[in-house]
Design a binder for this molecule. Sequence first.
Ligand code: HEM
Ligand code: NAG
Length: 232
Amino acid sequence: MDPADHLFTKDELSKYDGKEGSPGLYLAILGLVYDVVKGSKFYEAGAGYGFFAGRDGTKAFMTGDFTEEGLVDEVTGLSPQQMLELEKWVKFYDENYTYKGKVIGNFYDASGNPTDALNSAVEGIRAGHSEEANRARFKKFFPHCNSHWSEETGGIVWCSENSGGDKREWIGLPRKFFRPGQRSHRCACVRTSGPPFDDPESEQNVGDLAYPGLKEYDGCDPTAVRCELPKS
Ligand code: HEM
Ligand SMILES: *[C@@H]1O[C@H](CO)[C@@H](O)[C@H](O)[C@H]1NC(C)=O
């Protein structure tokens, strides 16, 4: 076996804590072992992140729970968003430190094969990427309205070419925008022409104004770029 792809037991890995007489300073994340000796100032005994040394403390990278209960090789209960953040940490170690092998545990079995736990972690990362892509699409196709509130006028929402932050070539009409699975809404500026928005949820092409998650503002002309919200 390639010495750079060694299978560690947890016991073996625990010796790599960088203390005097130890064989080195390693840590693991998602079952992958890295030599972090060049980051000794972070990982050596007593340093700010010394608790990661010699083990796979995957979950703590997301929870910030650096107790024995928190420093575990698990990802249960992490959101797709957190799985994305975790993937960034793996990339961080891959780019900045030396890969040494895998640790036998929750993510790799005694033959070094990925476990169901690792497969579902990978699935979680994939879900994170797809949520991210949907968020970006919604931001592009349904940018935020400008809004203002004052005691005298009550609330006003309106659209302009740069509402929502990114300048674009269209202005759009203000609509209540309900994202899939959410009860609350925000104001979105909705395109009235151009190629139809294809809905990532239904895989269907819909005209932007026909998108099912939109509602007109009560008492506002549906063709107006500016709506005064009824005072309540
Ligand atoms: C879940 C919470 C956190 C985790 C898992 C975490 C993890 C880490 C790790 C592993 C490193 C070393 C990176 C390397 O090898 O170069 C690091 C560095 C660092 N972290 Fe965190 N961190 C967390 C929260 C924070 C917070 C809240 C702050 C700031 C208030 C912070 C500030 C820093 C700084 C400044 C460095 C670089 C230290 C230096 O250059 O001396 N971290 N972090
Ligand atoms: C590697 O480390 C540098 C310096 O800390 C950081 O800027 C860079 O983003 C790291 N690489 C990855 C993939 O995170």
